[in-house]
Design a protein around this ligand. Structure first.
Ligand code: AMP
Length: 280
């Protein structure tokens, strides 16, 4: 009998829906339910477990599941030895040290003797110990950003994405402790499953776009310089005209740099398509 591969993903919070979307784009067909803990994948011997994001490093480490998707901050906080398979490009945030706007503190080396509230006490403890700075860590489960106003801490270390929560709470960033994003982790590098390849193919594809265009022969050299693609662009003659169709792959972030240059080079009927999976 084929062994079922188990993958744990967050059951709520900001990593939950993007993780469901990623697995579905990778080709796994499953129902998502806020009630069910585990759901079978219909088209592969895989089971998806919906659990708390901060329990996932331990479940992976203890081999309860073969794979997990969670935040790198939670992996670092849990201190379990797990293998990082791939960074997934969503759930990006910084674990940031911040102080009250009214504070005179400007730098980390002024933190000696301060009380620091955080929901990541292990990471924060290591950060200040490594710098030989003696602080008192105040562990909080949530609402870390109100701790200075309540008078229970002098500073905080919390996850920041846009910075608007810090601003709303009258806090000023001082330093970044860790850069986080969602990641695929495994109990070891040797789990035998197509899941890493499937997930990495989606992550790679999301950063790319497929572009197609028509162009006259004299424009082809310039177009090839602009969009060299993975190896070289595909160039095929069009029927009933002396033009050519050019196909290539470009970085999604470069798209609006590249498109006007293609147009100037003589390309027309330019199409941009998403890519579902890409194995480089
Ligand atoms: P939550 O949505 O509070 O369950 O957060 C779960 C995980 O989402 C965190 O551990 C981070 O890895 C990630 N995350 C991404 N952006 C943020 C943010 N601005 N604040 C909190 N967590 C974030």
């Amino acid at each position: 009998m084929t062994q079922t591969t188990r993958i744990a993903i967050p059951n709520k919070g900001r990593l939950s829906q993007p993780s469901i979307d990623l697995l579905r784009q990778a080709g796994l067909v499953f129902e998502s339910s806020s009630r069910a803990l585990a759901v079978p994948v219909r088209n592969m011997p895989v089971e998806v477990l919906f659990v708390r994001a901060d329990d996932i490093p331990e479940l992976v480490h203890d081999n309860v599941v073969h794979y997990g998707i969670t935040g790198l901050d939670l992996v670092a906080e849990a201190c379990f030895d797990v293998s990082l398979i791939a960074e997934l490009g969503y759930g990006r945030c910084d674990l940031t040290v911040a102080v009250d706007n009214a504070s005179t503190i400007e730098a980390i080396d002024e933190f000696s003797g301060l009380r620091v509230a955080t929901s990541h006490p292990e990471i924060v403890g290591r950060f200040f110990t490594d710098k030989n700075i003696d602080v008192t860590t105040i562990p909080l489960k949530g609402s870390v950003e109100v701790a200075p106003k309540l008078g229970i801490a002098d500073a905080i270390v919390d996850l920041v994405s846009s910075g608007s929560t810090l601003m709303m709470n009258g806090l000023r960033p001082i330093a970044t402790v860790l850069e986080s994003q969602a990641a695929l982790i495994a109990s070891g590098p040797d789990v035998d499953s197509p899941i890493p390849t499937m997930v990495k193919a989606v992550v790679a594809a999301r950063r790319k776009r497929y572009v197609l265009m028509n162009a006259p022969i004299e424009a082809l050299d310039e177009i090839e310089r602009i969009i060299p693609g993975a190896d070289a662009p595909t160039i095929v003659p069009l029927s009933q005209t002396d033009k050519y169709a050019v196909h290539s792959v470009v970085e999604a972030d470069e798209l609006w740099n590249v498109l006007p240059r293609l147009e100037s080079a003589g390309a027309s009927a330019i199409l941009v398509l998403p890519i579902n999976q890409m194995i480089p």
